[in-house]
Design a protein around this ligand. Structure first.
Ligand SMILES: [Zn+2]
Length: 431
């Protein structure tokens, strides 16, 4: 196939599924903005036509008018001619350099171009992906955006992200709950994102760039950037301090249901909000949690204390019978303060255990004090601390621990928060 041009731009395709590698002709590709004569290019011929129209020497069809009205103000005039001149000049030999993001934020695709050169015909480029390459037609919208028509005919708008390749370790992909002077829910896919202001129900889209501990959020117009300094707190929290001096804490908040089991940031959760299906039955305390308990028991023994598990795994059916017996004895309202409804007991997870004695007589014993002071060193947290009944849904239990693994147990303990607060979830029966 014969084409005027082409120098190669090395393009690194940074993510996502692409694209037929076959290079096809441009016979029925969509037209670019400004392509008045419909030849698949925006060049000086189109500018001549627009000039003739402005001076009343020619008429446009509706299709031509739509192409000529580049700034979309229902008029084809000298402003459009100025915009077209920019496109024509930019299309002459300008290759994209740096990192660009496809406008389709669901796809979240990023391209890093090492730079390159076009030729006089300047709007057709070849992109190399290592073992495949593809021709595409580029038309500049402004210095920070261009349209591109891929060889399969799809048109995408690419927006400038920055000079450097994206560092994937920096991406904050996922859902975050933001709390500060405003309450927001962030949904971030790669470097594209949006946040919903939960008080006004207004959604704002943004792109962001991370440079060390500095974050630049851009929304709307290209140069409309706000800036925040990042202070990482722990695995699931970062603090942002915005340019206007306000600060905001982001809590990672990815909730997934897999086979009826709820995972928050990958942590299996059973509380009053989130229940386990009756079919979830690990058959006992999970091996990792048991090994951690054994290590903790040995350490307590060196301090002259004896720890044992007085209640570990409880099946759905066992919990159902236990809860019903408490309801019969004390009534439902009271039973709900100390016993979980079936499916809602953390004991069904295989990750929770009661130590020595499940009752207030355990409070303030030497064993209870040792447990509170040291259990996080072995990967456990005290799950229902004193004074947090409104948050956890349970009264203080000095004997009930939950296995989280050492790093996370230490983070939760250091935060002084309950697991519900740490993960920004609640624990309230919905029925
Ligand atoms: Zn318990």
């Amino acid at each position: 196939m014969k084409k005027a041009l082409i120098k190669r731009a090395a393009a690194v395709l940074a993510s996502a599924a692409l694209l037929p590698s076959a290079v096809t002709a441009y016979a029925d590709t969509p037209v670019l903005m400004g392509d008045i004569n419909g030849d698949g290019k925006v060049n000086i011929s189109d500018a001549v036509l627009l000039g003739a129209y402005i001076h009343g020497r020619t008429q446009f069809t509706p299709e031509q008018f739509a192409q000529a009205d580049i700034n979309n103000d229902d008029s084809a005039d000298s402003l459009d001619l100025a915009a077209m001149k920019f496109i024509v000049i930019a299309n002459l030999g300008r290759m994209p350099g740096g990192t660009w993001i496809a406008s389709d934020d669901a796809a979240a695709r990023y391209f890093y171009f090492n730079g390159g050169e076009g030729t006089e015909d300047g709007d057709c480029f070849t992109f190399d992906y290592g073992d495949t390459s593809e021709e595409a037609r580029v038309s500049w919208l402004n210095s920070k955006a261009f349209n591109i028509i891929w060889s399969d005919g799809r048109l995408e708008t690419m927006r400038y992200y920055g000079d450097k390749p994206i560092n994937y370790d920096d991406l904050l992909t996922g859902q975050w709950t933001g709390s500060g002077t405003v309450n927001r829910v962030y949904d971030i896919k790669g470097v594209n994102g949006s946040y919903l202001d939960t008080d006004t129900n207004r959604s704002t889209s943004f792109m962001y760039e991370k440079n060390g501990n500095d974050l630049y959020f851009r929304s709307g117009a290209e140069d409309d950037a706000t800036h925040a300094v990042i202070n990482p707190v722990d695995s699931f929290h970062i603090d942002l301090t915005w340019d206007d001096g306000t600060s905001e804490r982001l809590t990672k908040h990815d909730i997934k249901q897999i086979n009826g089991i709820t995972y928050v940031n990958g942590i299996l959760i059973a509380n009053k909000t989130y229940d386990l299906p009756s079919t979830y039955n690990p058959g006992g305390i999970l091996p990792e949690a048991q090994a951690a308990f054994n290590e903790m028991k040995a350490a307590a023994a060196r301090d002259g204390l004896n720890l044992w598990i007085c209640s570990g795994f409880r099946s759905y059916n066992y919990q159902r019978d236990l809860y019903n017996s408490y309801v019969n004895r004390d009534g439902k309202a009271k039973a709900d303060t100390y016993s979980a409804r079936p499916g809602h007991s953390e004991h069904q997870t295989g990750l929770a255990m009661d130590i020595n004695m499940a009752g207030d007589a355990f409070n303030n014993t030497r064993e209870a004090k040792w447990l509170a002071e040291h259990c996080d060193e072995y990967g456990f947290i005290l799950r229902y601390p004193q004074g947090k009944q409104d948050i956890t849904g349970y009264k203080y239990e000095s004997w009930h621990v939950r296995y989280l693994g050492k790093p996370l147990a230490a983070e939760v303990t250091d935060s002084g928060l309950t697991l519900e607060e740490f993960l920004c979830i609640d624990s309230v029966y919905k029925y």
